[in-house]
Structure formats: structure tokens, C-alpha cells
Design a protein around this ligand. Sequence first.
Ligand code: SF4
Length: 472
Amino acid sequence: MSIPAPLTADWLKTEEYRELNFARRDLVINPAKACQPLGALVCALGFDGCLPFIHGSQGCAAYFRNSLSRHYREPISAVSDSMTEDAAVFGGQNNLIEGLRNAHTLYKPKMMAIFTTCMAEVIGDDIKAYLENARKQNALPEDFPVALAHTPSFKGSHITGYDNMLKGFLETLAEPRRHSTHLRLYVVPGFDPYPANLREYKRLLNYLGVTYTLMPDYSDVVDAPNTGEFKMFPGGTPFSALREALNASGYLFLQTYSTQASLKFVKNVQKIPTEAVPIPLGIRNTDRFLTTVADMTGRRIPAEITAERGRALDAATDAHPYLHGKRFALFGDPDILLGLTSFLLEMGGVPVHILSSNGSQAFAKEMEDLLHASPYGREGKVYVGKDLWHLRSLLLSEPVDMLLGDSHGKYAARDAGIPLVRVGFPVTDRVNVHRYPIVGYAGVINLISLIANTFLEDKDRNADEAHFELLR
Ligand code: SF4
């Protein structure tokens, strides 16, 4: 059917088009996810002195570094062995060996993390054997620490890559578990695009007086102080802590969908006492995080944290009228969506469309259970494996008041005439978003303020003279 051009834009807003759009099978338009190696790179940045080494093409490496630099507005140190056509035919061993030799000589890292891109995975490169050959050819000292991960981009997403890399670190570089373990809790944040969140975890854990290691911790790497001097390796979880990682007294995972393989490895294979909680977004999830830490370590929640909780509740009460009953659409990674939805429900917000390009059926079920447990969640529908063009149809055919998600959502939000509050990864069109925590009680205040003030800003901007009020 041919449709006259001026009417096409209107037709794209119809139920009829939405149905056709959702029947689409062989085409993906703007999925809200990145590929596995990007997540592996983020994980590798979280270890002190670790140089991420991309076994694959330079274009992929440029994409990862570029995406991360745009989000964090920091230089992102990583190397690639620049596989090209000859490596695609004959295998990438020569590239890997030469690349390791150069990277080790030039940048003098304390360790490296090798992970793969599509090309290396399609031809089936055996990076473990290549690494052994590299050592035999003296490209690296025999005892130089190198973690390995296969991160095929045609499976999973950046959260899978983060997980595979973390498991690779544990499998390759941690010493075997001894019987006498030390009393140290290992806390795994999961794929978290906010360095401020990692700092918030450390602040709360310090208040609790817990002996812990946050792993991986890239807060100082992607948010380094400007001292006028470039440091290639400005911080991260120390190698000594990684080496002792399997002698932890326990593990606490603060996300579940971005840590599945690592969690299984420490819990089921290594038999280390392990707990997993939802990302501490909102009052309820933060309570759960803190009480789990307290239960695992025998520590008490101090009065300072209880006071913070009270202040967050006060902020929630003050902002409640501006969020209650508002309809929201959300998109992003599964863990952050679960946290955001829980937070919105606490505030009486109504999540209507929840879309995750990299969400699984298990995620959809967990989200539906969360929605059904609240009177405000009854309208919510979950869409997994869908993209931002699907989201556009949803916003245009079934309107909401606000969209929550990363910067890629701005086009659909503009077309729908609603504000976008930027949450998640990547945020490339606003500054310093990653410097404000959205987890913990401090995060509750930040999120509430961001959302409520965006509504109020809109109200002022659109008010006529008679309704342009000083009080809101
Ligand atoms: S999807 Fe494959 S080709 Fe594209 S950037 Fe990722 S690894 Fe490279």
C-alpha cells in the first residue's frame, strides 16, 4: 500500500503501524544495548594497572573507547591487536603475540585482560593457546598476569561481556581457595555506568565498618581527578585483592543479570557463601542491601545511615505529589530497570512501558512479579528483545508523561512530546550525570529531585501568564 508522504508521519503513530512494527522479525532498529567486548573493557578497567587488550579489529576498539569516552568524558586506555583481512583468513595468533609484546613494552601495565570481538570468535581463535605461545616466544614474562575471556558479540550484550570478563579474572588470576579464609566480604557492583554509585557503595560500607573489597572498581579510572598530569592507570581493585578473591568470607552481588556466570562460579563451583540483591535503587532495595551486608558481616547499621534514610523519606514525601500517578516509560539494562521500577512504584508512579533490548524471559517474569505486587504496577507491560523503534510506537500510540533511559531515547521522547530523564548508559548529551549516585539513600534524593524538577521545569516552560506561579 503506498501512503502519501505527508500522512506517513501520522500513520507511524497509529495502532495499525504499531502492530506491524511489533510483527517485525528480521530487522533491528536502534537496539538499546552494546556488544560484549564493551562490557569486558569496563570490567577490565576496574583492576589496578590492568591494560584491556582487544583481540580483534581496530574499528571495534575505537567504538568501545569512543562510546566510553563520550559517556565518562575521560580518556579510556585500551589496546587492540588490529586484526585485518589476513588475520581473518589465517587466524590472529601473530597479531596477538606482537600486540602483547608491544603493549607490555610500551605501557608497562601490571596485568592485562584479553577479550575477543566478533571476528576472532567467528574464526574460532584459541586465545588460551595463543597466550601460551606468546609466553614461549618471550612476548611476555612467564609469570605476567593475564586474564582471558571469550566475548562473542553476536550473543548477549555488554552486560554478558562484563560478566564473562569478571569470571575470566577469577578463573585465571585468583589463587585456589584455601580452607582458612580471611574475613573479607567481596562486593561486586555489576555493570554500573555511574562511578558515583561505586563510591556510594564504598561510603556506606565504610560507615558500616565492614572489611570489604569492591571488585571491579573503576570509579577512579573513569572519573579521575584533573591534576594536569595524565595517569594511565589511576586506580582500581588491587591485584593482591584479586589474587585472594576466592578466599573471601562471602560475596555480595549488587546486580543479578550482569553477573550471572560470575555468581554461579563463586557460589556453585567455589562454594563461597554468596548473596545477590537487586541494585539498591529506592528505599526498599537500599534497605535490603544494607541489611544483607549487616547479616553477612554481623555489623550494625549505624545511626548516621538511619538518619540518611530519614532524610530520603522526607525528600520522597516532599516530592510525592509531583510523581504520584504520573505515567512512565523506561528502557535499559535489566538490573537498572528492576531498580528504577521498584523506586517508581514506591513513589506512586505508574510504569507503563518497560523495554529491555537485552532482557531475558527470566527478567520479564521478575519484572512482572514486581509490577503485580503493587497497585501502581497493574498497567505495566514488559518488552524484552525489542528496540527503540518499538519503543517509539509505544510512546506514540499509548502516551506517557516521561521517558527514563539513556541518551538514545531523546528522539522518541521528542517525537512523543515528553521529557527524557537520562538514566543508564550511555549518557552523551548531558554533563556529569555519572557523578551523582542513584543508589543508596543519597541516590533516592538525587533521582526524586531529577524527575520531579524535570516535571516542574516543563510546567513552568509551558505555563501561560495566568498560571506562571512562584509556588509549585
Ligand atoms: S558487534 Fe562485533 S564488529 Fe561490532 S563493534 Fe562489537 S565486536 Fe566489533
